[in-house]
Design a protein around this ligand. Structure first.
Ligand code: NAP
Length: 279
């Protein structure tokens, strides 16, 4: 059976073009959208992510402010930087690149960002809004997956969706979003029994477990849609996902590649969040 590759890169570019147009209009009307990005320390992976976010801002016509703070900064100092950006009316979104050094409490930092500027969608107010179906910022990766499905004309309503992973940034918000889209959702985790059997029920299987090439053909029903959230780099520097693409692809109707699937969507949705509530 032949399958269709979901082109996350192309869909992400389309979304960034839409953001660019909105940002252009907002700028013309006198307000240039602005994202503040805070990085603490110089973890190489974080530096790459922050760099990609800044590049995307540039592409979209969003002003980006970048704050590179030393690893030794205290939690109090970081919180007061956030307070300053909360009060700055020219800043529309604030993002603190995670993970943070051990001496800083991530939850305290997440809670300090005003929910109206929480473009990552991690603040409990935004998480709560997602749960009760109110408009707010939604975590970028799961929001991007819904866009990938919709823009590939994949029907979600009434479908059996199985999610592997229950993290706060992917699995849990993904669950809420798929319920909102009228799927019937099962969330699996490390204590789930008979994982293969449960996954085989899925019309749409979303894998966010952080285990390279874990999911093979034995987890996938013929004709299922498979979304691979995982990102791993092997010893030769080659990227792969949580899904063993070569084993699984022939079973699927649609599948995301790694790289070029979910990854580019996360940044595109971040850009989209910056302008989401601006008029
Ligand atoms: P995480 O916080 O480590 O969560 C992993 C989840 O998978 C947990 O809920 C865990 O269950 C579950 N799990 C682990 N092993 C399992 C097993 N053998 N069977 C069933 N469930 C299992 O990871 P995350 O932050 O959600 O990220 C997941 C992956 O996506 C990572 O590879 C990450 O790099 C990638 N990611 C990509 C993007 C992107 O933009 N493409 C964004 C975010 C994350 P328990 O809860 O029981 O421990």
């Amino acid at each position: 059976m032949s399958y269709c590759l979901i082109d996350g890169k192309a869909i992400a570019t389309q979304i960034k073009e839409e953001v660019k147009e909105k940002a252009r209009i907002l700028t013309e009307k006198g307000t240039t959208p602005c994202l503040a990005v805070i990085q603490v320390g110089n973890d190489p992976a974080s530096t790459v992510y922050v760099g990609n976010k800044k590049k995307a801002c540039e592409f979209c016509g969003i002003r980006s402010l970048s704050f590179e703070l030393p690893e030794t900064i205290t939690e109090e100092e970081l919180l007061s930087k956030i307070d300053e950006l909360n009060q700055d009316s020219s800043v529309h979104g604030i993002l603190v690149q995670l993970p943070l050094p051990k001496h800083i409490r991530e939850d305290a930092v997440i809670r300090r960002i005003l929910p109206e500027k929480d473009v990552d969608g991690f603040h409990p107010i935004n998480v709560g809004k997602l749960c009760i179906g109110e408009e707010g910022y939604v975590s970028c990766t799961p929001a991007g997956i819904v866009e990938l499905l919709k823009r590939s004309n994949i029907q979600i309503a009434g479908k059996e969706c199985v999610i592997i992973g229950r993290s706060n940034i992917v699995g849990k918000p993904m669950n809420m979003l798929m319920i909102r889209e009228n799927a019937t959702v099962t969330v699996c985790h490390s204590k789930t029994k008979n994982l293969q059997e449960v996954c085989k029920r899925a019309d749409i299987l979303i894998v966010a477990m952080g285990k390279p090439k874990f999911v093979d053909a034995s987890y996938v029903k013929q004709g299922a849609v498979v979304i691979d959230v995982g990102i791993h780099r092997n010893a030769e520097g080659k990227l792969c996902g949580d899904v063993d693409f070569d084993s699984v692809c022939e079973n699927t109707s649609y599948i995301t590649p790694v790289p070029g699937g979910v990854g580019p969507m996360t940044i595109a949705m971040l850009m989209s969040n910056v302008v989401k509530f601006m008029e």
